[in-house]
Design a protein around this ligand. Structure first.
Ligand code: GLY
Length: 341
């Protein structure tokens, strides 16, 4: 099912409910270079045999400027030119690295994504922001540039470890909290084991979440307004992820609970709403609290690139399914953090 979405910086062809075997047809006559990690290369060797490819280590530690230099050398060895196309096959680290390196190699060449994790399918592959980390500074070097295409094949999820399913559900729950109370209720009706054995339901869920993200990014690609809503749970979540090296979804889950508690203090968001969220997170094997140090979190928040003097734009909920942006003083956040540990 092909759907073309127009963003200010370019159009993207989405191939939902597709098969990776379609790649050759979609990219016909292109000098293709596949970029993947050792995990995907070992699980799906047939995808790479006989095709130009680059394999990098798995994990967030590979998302560095040093990796970009190594990949650039390999692109040169593979004779990549401005007419070549890089296709990232993997999770969010691979889509970020692919988008970034393709955007700067020879001042920019075409690229596409085949996301293989649930998190990448519903979030990381979509939106055009692609970057690498420098030390504790996440995505501090980056670009906003859309891929030519994103090809979805839920078959990859057959080999996805269970904790990675939960990671993806953290983002799915995020969309439901900020945009879609019906989706929230649907998620309450099912659970992880249902979706793990229902590829059609998962493919629907992916298309719904991609729809929400595409609509938001199409309106505000540069994140000057409404796109900030997608940061629900991410402001404190990123700080927790950076300091405690928790998986992204786990950190975002804790961040969403913190955001609900802040919402209660600021706008009277109901305790029942916070309880529904914590129950839902637990249903998808996600944590709802962590014994963190509020001063350490505050130190990282103060480095946040979204900070504006002494305030940070925080995403709060007025009710389940309705997020909004509010600029909050750092002190207010610190006080609430002290009650959340
Ligand atoms: N690539 C993730 C985003 O643009 O939000």
């Amino acid at each position: 099912m092909k759907q073309t979405i127009a963003f200010p910086s370019g159009t993207v062809d989405y191939y939902f409910k597709s098969k990776v075997e379609e790649l050759s047809r979609i990219c016909s006559n292109r000098d293709l270079i596949l970029l993947t990690d050792v995990t995907i290369a070992a699980l799906y060797p047939g995808l790479f045999a006989g095709r130009k490819h680059i394999i990098i280590p798995s994990g967030e530690d590979a998302k560095t400027a040093e990796s970009i230099k190594e990949i650039t050398k390999k692109l040169l060895e593979l004779d990549a030119t401005r007419k070549s196309m890089i296709v990232g096959i993997g999770g969010g680290v691979i889509t970020d690295i692919t988008g970034f390196v393709a955007s700067v190699y020879m001042r920019g060449i075409k690229f596409g994504f085949v996301p293989t994790t649930l998190l990448a399918m519903v979030d990381a592959a979509i939106g055009g922001k692609n970057g690498v980390n420098v030390g504790l500074h996440k995505n501090i070097l980056g670009t906003i540039n859309q891929p030519e295409f994103i090809l979805y094949d839920v078959k990859f999820l057959d080999t996805l470890p269970t904790p990675e399913w939960s990671n993806g559900f953290a983002e799915i729950i995020k969309y439901s909290c900020i945009f879609d109370s019906e989706l929230f209720s649907e998620l309450e009706d099912y659970d992880l084991s249902f979706y793990k054995t229902s590829p059609e339901a998962v493919a629907e869920l992916i298309a719904t979440c991609a729809g929400w993200k595409n609509k938001t990014v199409a309106e505000d690609e540069l994140e000057t307004g409404i796109r900030k809503l997608l940061n629900f749970g991410h402001t404190s979540g990123h700080a927790i992820e950076t300091i405690y090296h928790l998986p992204h979804g786990q950190a975002v889950a804790i961040g969403m609970v913190i955001a609900c508690k802040l919402s209660s203090e600021i706008n009277g968001f109901s305790t029942a709403g916070t309880e529904r969220l914590t129950d839902l997170l637990e249903r998808y094997s996600l944590p709802v609290k962590y014994h963190f140090s509020a001063p350490h979190i505050m130190e990282v928040l103060k480095m946040d690139k979204k900070r504006n003097n002494k305030n940070i734009d925080f995403i709060l909920l007025s009710q389940i399914g309705e997020g909004y942006i509010q600029s909050l003083p750092l002190e207010t956040i610190e006080q609430t953090l002290n009650t959340c540990m």
